[in-house]
Design a protein. Structure first.
Length: 229
């Protein structure tokens, strides 16, 4: 069984650091627990990879999103120009933007495959009902974060897709018109809309998704994997 003391035994600098941290934060116990936790996996297949792939792609989105935010300027006069600047002038800007866009599409696909795997394996059954519900919320938020990102380039495709999307949000009775007005920040798509979508896209939704992924993984850690396919 691996213990943190054995792992750092051959490296005096690392051993010193671990002991120094352990004196202050008591870290050895929790690390040893994680190192020796037995994960019982009755039958794992390649289809079990989709949850982890989705998690990795979410990380890619956060990283490339932060880099894009260094240059992106929300606003009806600036959004399109700043995207052009990222594509044409910023060093490797085209690559970072393309990775962000491709990985967003892939993420939607892998989350769907992941959900299909969970469904066909019956992994939503007790005791994993809560994690299924957290998963459904994650799916909806993943779609919403993709939708809010779609408007940001402020090109023709983005503009008209957002017209359609916000209109759909406005169709349910009672709350619908208020939701549409809230999303648009008025009657029309304007700079106010871009700012709202941007705030949702790069602050609110990533924070919510990050928290829910944390809860999702904690439950998986506690319950262990189900039988799989
Ligand atoms: C951003 C979205 C998501 C991420 C990052 C994510 C991540 C993961 C990871 C890493 C696992 C463990 C490995 C695996 O079984 O694949 C897992 C398991 C699970 N996920 Fe997700 N997931 C997401 C969305 C969803 C959705 C949409 C659902 C269903 C509606 C869902 C329901 C579950 C359940 C029930 C398990 C336990 C499966 C088992 O024990 O066999 N997840 N998830």
């Amino acid at each position: 069984m691996p213990y943190i003391d054995d792992l750092v035994a051959g490296n005096p600098a690392l051993r010193g650091l671990v002991n120094w941290l352990d004196d202050r934060l008591d870290i050895k116990g929790p690390i040893d627990y994680q190192l020796n936790k037995n994960v019982y996996a009755p039958s794992i297949s390649w289809t079990n990879c989709f949850g982890g792939i989705s998690f990795t792609l979410f990380g890619v989105q956060v990283l490339t999103g932060i880099l894009l935010a260094f240059y992106y300027q929300p606003g009806s006069n600036t959004s399109f120009e700043s995207i052009k600047y990222i594509m044409d002038t910023v060093h490797m800007g085209w690559l970072i933007r393309s990775i962000h866009a491709w990985s967003a599409n892939l993420l939607i696909g892998t989350v769907f495959f992941h959900m299909a795997r969970v469904y066909f394996a019956g992994a939503y059954k007790p005791p994993r009902e809560f994690n299924w519900i957290v998963g459904i919320i994650l799916l909806v938020l993943t779609i919403v974060i993709a939708f809010t990102g779609y408007l940001l380039p402020w090109n023709q495709l983005a503009y008209w897709a957002s017209q359609v999307g916000t209109h759909i949000a406005g169709t349910p009775p009672l709350a619908g018109p208020y939701v549409e007005y809230f999303l648009k920040g008025g009657e029309d798509l304007t700079t106010a809309t871009i700012n709202r979508f941007y705030a949702l896209h790069m602050l609110v939704l990533p924070a919510l998704i990050g928290l829910l992924i944390g809860a999702h993984l904690l439950m998986i850690r506690r319950q262990g994997p189900s039988g799989g396919l």
